[in-house]
Design a protein around this ligand. Structure first.
Ligand SMILES: O=C(O)CCC(=O)C(=O)O
Ligand SMILES: [Fe+2]
Length: 353
C-alpha cells in the first residue's frame, strides 16, 4: 500500500471551470478549455470540473435520495437485489458483495481469495431503461416513492455533462470529426451508482478485516464522481507511483477521471489513474469509544461506450513514433473480463456484511 496522502494541491489535481465551454461560442475559447481538459487527462487522469452544468439543488436532491435509500432496512433494500454473478450490474449490493480489485488476469480462484477482506460499502446501480443486456432492478414504488423517477432523471442529466466533456476531449485530442467519441457513447450503456460507506469501528480497518475501497482504476471511458464532505478519496500521484494524494471534497464540483478503455483507445495518450477510498482525514476520523469512522456518500457516474463499439486506436493517437499498442476489442468483451473479478460467480451464504 502507498504512503498516506499529504495536503492536496491544485497542481496535483487540476481544476477546470467548464462554464467557459458551456457558455462560449468562440472557437478559440472552446479550444483552450478542451486543451486544458485533455492536458489534465494526460498528466494526471483526474480533474475537478466546476460549473459543469448540474445545479447544486439537483446534486443535493441526489444525495438526499441516496440517504433515503440507504436508511431503509436491509430487508427493504433487498427487495431490489443485485442479480447473482457478474453479468448484470444493477440493483442493490449489500456490504461485502462487491470486491473491488486491480487483479486482471482472470483467475477466479485469486478473485475469491481477494474477496476475503470485505469492502465496507453498499451500493445501488441504475442504468438506462433501454439497456436490454443490463435490465434495471427497481424497488417497489411504495418502498421508496419517487426513487425510480429521480434516479432516471439524474442519470440523463449526468449524461448531458458527460457528452459535453467527451466533445471537449475529442477537440483536445485533435480528432477531425467533432462527434467522434459521441458517436460511440449514446448514453444507454452508462451506469449511475449510489454508494454508501457506513460508519465502522476503526479496529476493523486497523486489523485489515475491512477496507473501504482498495486502489483500482475504472474500466470505462470516463467517470464523473460527486462526493459528500466526508473525504477519503485518494488518487495516485502521477509523479510518484505508490503515493496517494487526497481528492479533497469541493462543494458542487465533479471529479472526473479517465477509465482503462479510453486509455487503451487513446493508445495510452490519456491516463487511467489508480484511486482508492480510505478513512476520512485525521481531524474527524473517529467518534466515541469504539472510534467509529464517519459515513461517506458518493455518486459515481460511469460513462461507457455502447456494447458493440470496436475500440481501436484513435486516429490522432498514433504516428511513426507512437505505433498502435493494442488489438481492437469490443466494449462488451472487455467489460466481461473485468466484471468477472468483482462479483462472485456463486451466491454468498449470508446477505449481511
Ligand atoms: O466513493 C468514491 O469516492 C470512489 C468510488 C469509486 O472509485 C468507484 O466506485 O469506482
Ligand atoms: Fe473508481
Amino acid at each position: 500500500m502507498g504512503s498516506v496522502g499529504e495536503a492536496p494541491s491544485p497542481s496535483t489535481i487540476p481544476v477546470i471551470d467548464f462554464s467557459r465551454w458551456n457558455a462560449s461560442t468562440s472557437k478559440a475559447e472552446r479550444l483552450a478549455v478542451a486543451k486544458e481538459l485533455t492536458d489534465a487527462c494526460r498528466r494526471v487522469g483526474f480533474v475537478y470540473i466546476i460549473n459543469h452544468g448540474l445545479s447544486q439543488e439537483l446534486l443535493d436532491e441526489a444525495f438526499d435520495t441516496s440517504k433515503r435509500l440507504f436508511d431503509l432496512s436491509l430487508e427493504e433494500k433487498m427487495q431490489a437485489p443485485h442479480p447473482d454473478g457478474p453479468e448484470v450490474h444493477r440493483g442493490y449490493s449489500y456490504p461485502g458483495l462487491e470486491k473491488v480489485s486491480q487483479y486482471m488476469d482472470g483467475d477466479e480462484h485469486v478473485g475469491e481469495q481477494l474477496r476475503q477482506v470485505g469492502d465496507c460499502k453498499e451500493s445501488y446501480e441504475v442504468g438506462s431503461e433501454e439497456n436490454a443486456q443490463q435490465p434495471n432492478v427497481w424497488l417497489p414504488e411504495s418502498t421508496l416513492p419517487g426513487f425510480k423517477d429521480f434516479t432516471t432523471r439524474f442519470y440523463w442529466e449526468c449524461n448531458k455533462v458527460a457528452q459535453s466533456l467527451l466533445q471537449a476531449m475529442t477537440l483536445g485530442i485533435g480528432l477531425d470529426d467533432a462527434e467522434y467519441l459521441i458517436k460511440y457513447h449514446s448514453g444507454h450503456n452508462n451506469q449511475l451508482r449510489l454508494l454508501h460507506y457506513p460508519p465502522v469501528p476503526a479496529a476493523q480497518f486497523e486489523s485489515q478485516a475491512a477496507a473501504r475501497m482498495p486502489a483500482h482504476s475504472d474500466w470505462g471511458s470516463i467517470t464523473l464522481l460527486f462526493q459528500d464532505d466526508c473525504g477519503g478519496l485518494e488518487v495516485e500521484d502521477p509523479k510518484t507511483p505508490g503515493k496517494f494524494v487526497p481528492a479533497t471534497p469541493m462543494t458542487g464540483a465533479c471529479v472526473m477521471n479517465v477509465g482503462d478503455l479510453l486509455m487503451r483507445w487513446s493508445n495510452d495518450y490519456l491516463k487511467s489513474t489508480l484511486h482508492r477510498v480510505t478513512l476520512p482525514a485525521l481531524s474527524d476520523r473517529f467518534e466515541g469509544d469504539q472510534r467509529v469512522t464517519r459515513a461517506r456518500y458518493s455518486i459515481p457516474y460511469f460513462v461507457s461506450a455502447d456494447t458493440e463499439s470496436l475500440v481501436e486506436c484513435l486516429p490522432a493517437c498514433t504516428d511513426a513514433q507512437h505505433p498502435v499498442k493494442y488489438e481492437p476489442v469490443t466494449q462488451d468483451v472487455y467489460r466481461k473480463v473485468r466484471a468477472k473479478l468483482q462479483y462472485p460467480t456463486t451466491k454468498p451464504v449470508t446477505a449481511a456484511g
